[in-house]
Design a protein around this ligand. Structure first.
Ligand code: NAD
Length: 332
């Protein structure tokens, strides 16, 4: 039987996931949770979802009595991830939560604890962890084909248009570009280098304080140091386009991806030539792989569990602290 998924938060990314799941072999959309009645009706018609599998934010907890839903996929603005994920866990459902899993490491840890207590799995929507060209570079690095890893560069950004969107609202977003797009460079540095950083430094630039209010970062440059001595240099911004690039350099070779984290096709090459792994819709692959993780206990090549989400949030916390203090922050 397939993994039966309820999507909570029927916005633009929720819609993308729902569309991608049409092609899944092992995951199926069987339920929805929304605060907007008109969206419920539209989604019911579009995806053939029975009335008994539709919930609003008030009656959502009664999903615990629904045997036709295995997992709730939380796809709301960032600051709402924690409470919805914990409610789903308390209802005995597995949880998939979008990135960033929460707005700081402490909240992320509360989610991990709640899911552990409820004996349900918690996964974070890190779709790049299943992307074939990304995985090929990780394989090359693990097999020593790039030699000793010395440097990673991550560039992550786009122009955030509408000044009234939730992404520029500190209460809903938990921050600015770093929470939304900079996290790709943090996460990418970790899976590309294959180590956990031991320190960060960071510098913020704000050219438009009107649009990017206090607590909403526009542009942050940051650096990370790894135990082996490898370093990473990254840019996170809501004020520039054409920034989606990873570059990994080792003593024997290099790998680059550009675009590195967009919806694809991802393009990449190494010192050995172009990467030719075929493009597959990221969210289709992700949901089939997550079905394997939840239903069969399959281990992904790059983790997507709650602890993995918390690791990124600890680094984000440290980057914000480094921006504030102007000092190098040591990570434990
Ligand atoms: P969106 O604004 O399009 O959708 C958000 C949804 O949440 C809307 O349907 C909205 O009605 C609902 N919502 C519920 N409570 C709300 C409230 N109090 N205020 C505002 N909206 C509320 O946003 P999105 O682009 O779909 O992003 C949703 C989440 O998905 C974010 O956490 C984002 O980081 C993540 N995301 C991930 C990827 C990825 O590639 N993994 C891509 C895009 C977005």
């Amino acid at each position: 039987p397939p993994l039966r998924v309820a999507i909570l938060g029927l916005g633009s990314y929720g819609t993308r996931v729902a569309e991608a799941m049409k092609d899944c072999k092992r995951a199926r959309l069987t339920g929805i949770v929304s605060g907007t009645p008109s969206k419920i009706t539209a989604w019911q018609q579009k995806y053939g979802i029975p009335e008994k599998n539709c919930y609003n934010y008030q009656n959502f907890d009664s999903i615990k009595d629904n045997p036709d839903i295995d997992v709730v996929y939380v796809i709301t603005p960032n600051s709402l991830h924690k409470d919805f994920s914990i409610r789903a866990a308390k209802a005995g459902k597995h949880v998939i939560c979008e990135k960033p899993m929460a707005i700081n490491a402490k909240e992320g840890q509360e989610m991990v604890a709640a899911c552990k207590k409820a004996n349900v799995k918690l996964l974070v929507g890190y779709r790049m962890h299943f992307e074939p060209k990304t995985l090929e570079i990780i394989r090359m690095r693990k097999d020593g084909e790039l030699g000793k890893i010395m440097f990673f560069q991550g560039l992550s950004g786009f122009v955030a248009g509408d000044p009234n969107q939730w992404r520029l609202n500190k209460a809903l977003a938990g921050g600015g570009a770093m929470m939304d797009i900079g996290i790709y460079s943090i996460n990418g540095a970790r899976y590309m280098v294959g180590e956990e950083p031991v320190w960060v430094t960071a510098q913020e630039t704000k050219t438009n304080p009107e649009k990017f209010k206090p607590g909403v970062d526009e542009t942050i440059q940051f650096q990370m140091g790894f135990p082996s001595g490898a370093v990473a240099s990254c840019l996170s911004t809501y004020n520039m386009n054409n920034l989606d690039r990873f570059f990994l350099n080792g003593s024997k070779g290099y790998a680059e991806l550009q675009p590195a984290t967009g919806y694809g096709p991802i393009k990449g090459k190494t010192n050995k030539g172009e990467l030719t792994q075929p493009h597959m819709t990221h969210q289709t692959v992700q949901m089939d792989e997550m079905a394997g993780i939840i239903l069969d206990g399959k281990q992904p090549i790059v983790p997507v569990d709650g602890e993995e989400g918390v690791r990124d949030l600890k680094i984000i916390d440290a980057i914000y602290e480094a921006v504030k203090t102007g000092k190098k922050v040591v990570l434990k």
